[in-house]
Design a protein around this ligand. Sequence first.
Ligand code: AMP
Length: 181
Amino acid sequence: MRLVLLGPPGAGKGTQAAILSEKLNIPHISTGDLFRANIGEGTPLGVEAKSYMDAGKLVPTDVTARMVEDRLSQDDAANGFLLDGFPRTVEQAEILKDLLAKKDQVLDGVLNFQVSDDVVVERMLARGRADDNEETIRTRMSVYRDETMPLIDYYGEKIIDITAEGTVEEINDSAMKAIGK
Ligand code: AMP
């Protein structure tokens, strides 16, 4: 299956993606994780991404899209993937569509993790990541609203809503049911 995970920062996409990846036997491809790995290794890509991430802003699309194209071309992604954190804008969604079209592929669905603002803030403060301070969280929430939420309309019938509140297991059950597994 080729799935995109959508939802505000702190919706628990990463946690769910890790579990779904194992159950469905397809790679979890998180652009945030890929950037963090590059930062950890001190690569030029990491150096470029860091200032944007620290500010809660989007890393420029050309850089991000190249990284995704490279990752999707690896063997383990040939039969499916869970994309977590990409696309984040309609422009990126168009790029993804073109990338997949070149391989005669389409997305099977877009899991939209729905969660209240209170739960988002609670989860973000609990995980304590480097970019989880109050100001950055606020910026990321507004980037999500302005740039990423339009994807819900963009994907239309491909959207599969998941209520992302409750325990990790409950949310996972909902996600598996929603994709017919
Ligand atoms: P995440 O781990 O998905 O919350 O992403 C952390 C940060 O990485 C974001 O706040 C952005 O700075 C950057 N990032 C992740 N994915 C993308 C993307 N698709 N486009 C641009 N920036 C991204």
